[in-house]
Design a protein around this ligand. Structure first.
Ligand code: AHR
Length: 486
């Protein structure tokens, strides 16, 4: 017996447009995220373009990656950009102290990363080192990359093979300054932020490191003391289905852990609402954006893998976490202008997993792909009357929705059925034919493997007939994204 759901979509806008950057990514020098992931090197037998593997480049181009954050994460505050320029053979080898203490060859540096940005037709979001380098180093990195002048730094870039300046749209001033970025009190961080940001000149967008542990004091102090010197404040939020010590496996979980992950994922909304409330107090004109520049699931590492590499499988549950998170971001577009899932390849909630020459796209990749019609669309108010669904002591709505008006006038609907057992029937106030795709599977932990890379892919979906009220049938544990023409 399907759950009976009623959906009423209003015609007037319910917020600012959905910035494509909400579908942004994060690439850290961590585990096999870069080396042996995206990057195989120009000499590799694996087909590549100047070192970046072609199968991934093609898959990511299809995804239309709007922005990529690099090189960290925690790595960023221990990174000297000078290590990654010039003759690769002469670049110093450092230890990647945060992530497995493995050697960092610096084979991928600024020139290589910016090449990837251009290959993907994306935008760069560089994370600068505020934790362990002086402000001058940060300012000089930006000048090196973006100056069109005859300055010594710009000439050095030209000697290193890049004549034209790159476009660096976004710049992060430190990362998690309350933790791996320097263990600072926010009061101290705010002073440092103002100092460093002074030397980063417009038009670059300056993002200040914000809260990541649910500590509103960080947001409060950064907004009170530094709002003038930032264009965005960041928020980190991870979905952990257990505790930080025992997070739970990425596969083989039970219905309780399914429900727990979805509940924690949906709770990002409370964090955003609280953070936005504090920002509103200090910045009522909403000049400063909120960038959720790290989000996603964090499970126990794959058995047998290096625990410092944060490798995890990716299932239908991860795809639902992504979809529910997108729906939340769509509800807060007045502030949330960017989000970057952690991380792009092989690390945490990845788009793709690689093993030597083999590669598979994850259910999360497919969730990003399904939601493409929302980019640039205007959110609409959508009211849902859906029965609650219970699992143990967790109670959640059975269905979650996002509705928006696309630039071409069509209506885009995303419906997530959280209930792993029960289908839902959604009766709407709309009419016409809805066409799109559905992502679902028989098992909660359905996933793709190197042997079966297409075990879980979206299927075509259609509902309704012309001139009759539109009703949609949602399979249990599914994501349905459809467009209804104007
Ligand atoms: O994404 C993994 C790590 O999580 C990042 O390096 C850090 O910023 C956060 O704690």
């Amino acid at each position: 017996e399907p759950a009976q759901v009623r959906l009423t979509v209003a015609t007037d806008a319910a917020g600012a447009r959905i910035e494509p950057e909400i579908y942004g990514h994060f690439v850290e020098h961590l585990g096999t995220g870069v080396y042996d992931g995206l990057w195989v090197g120009p000499e590799s037998k694996i087909p590549n373009t100047r070192g970046w593997r072609n199968d991934l480049v093609e898959a990511l181009r299809r995804l239309e990656v709007p922005v990529m954050r690099w090189p960290g994460g925690c790595f960023a505050d221990d990174y000297d950009w000078r290590d990654g320029i010039g003759d690769p053979a002469k670049r110093p080898v450092r230890l990647n102290k945060w992530w497995g203490k493995v050697p960092e060859s610096n084979r991928v540096g600024t020139h290589e990363f910016m090449d990837l940005v251009e290959l993907l037709d994306s935008e760069a979001y560089l994370a600068g080192n505020m934790g362990s380098m002086p402000p001058r180093a940060m300012a000089q990195w930006l000048e090196y990359m973006t100056s069109d002048s005859q300055s010594t730094l710009a000439q050095e870039r030209r000697r290193n093979g890049r004549d034209q300046p790159w476009k660096v749209k976004y710049f992060g001033v430190g990362n998690e300054s309350w933790g791996c970025g320097g263990n600072m009190r926010p009061e101290y961080q705010a002073d440092l932020h103002n100092q460093y940001a002074t030397f980063l000149h417009a038009p670059v967008v300056r993002a200040a490191s914000g809260d990541g542990t649910g500590d509103d004091h960080v947001t409060e102090v950064m907004m009170a003391r530094s709002a003038k010197h930032m264009d965005a404040l960041t928020l980190h939020y991870y979905t952990v289905a257990g505790t930080w010590e025992k997070k739970g496996g990425a596969t083989g979980f039970d219905a309780g852990q399914w429900a727990k992950a979805l509940q924690v994922a949906m709770d990002i909304e409370k964090r955003i609402v609280t953070t936005v409330g504090i920002m509103d107090k200090h910045d009522p004109d909403k000049r400063v954006a909120l960038y959720v520049d790290e989000w996603g699931t964090w499970h126990d590492p794959e058995p047998g893998s290096n625990p410092g590499f944060l490798q995890q499988q990716n299932t239908l549950r991860d795809a639902l976490v992504a979809a529910l998170s997108f729906n939340v971001f769509h509800r807060h577009t007045e502030r949330v202008k960017m989000a970057n899932i952690a991380q792009m390849v092989n690390v945490l909630q990845a788009m793709a997993l690689t093993d030597g020459p083999r590669m598979t796209l994850t259910p999360t990749y497919h969730a990003f792909d399904l939601y493409k019609p929302f980019r640039g669309a205007t959110p609409l108010k959508a009211e849902l009357q859906a029965p609650r669904w219970r699992e143990g002591d967790i109670e959640l709505p059975s269905v979650d929705v996002s509705a928006a008006r696309a630039a071409d006038g069509s209506l885009v609907l995303a419906l997530v059925n959280l209930d792993p057992q029960r289908p839902a029937r959604v009766q709407t106030n709309l009419s016409g034919v809805a066409q799109g795709r559905v992502l679902t599977a028989g098992a909660m932990d359905a996933h793709n493997t190197f042997a079966q890379p297409d075990a879980l892919v979206p299927a075509p979906y259609q509902a309704g007939t012309d001139g009759t009220p539109l009703a949609l049938e949602l399979p249990p544990k599914s994501i349905v994204v459809v467009s209804v023409p104007k």
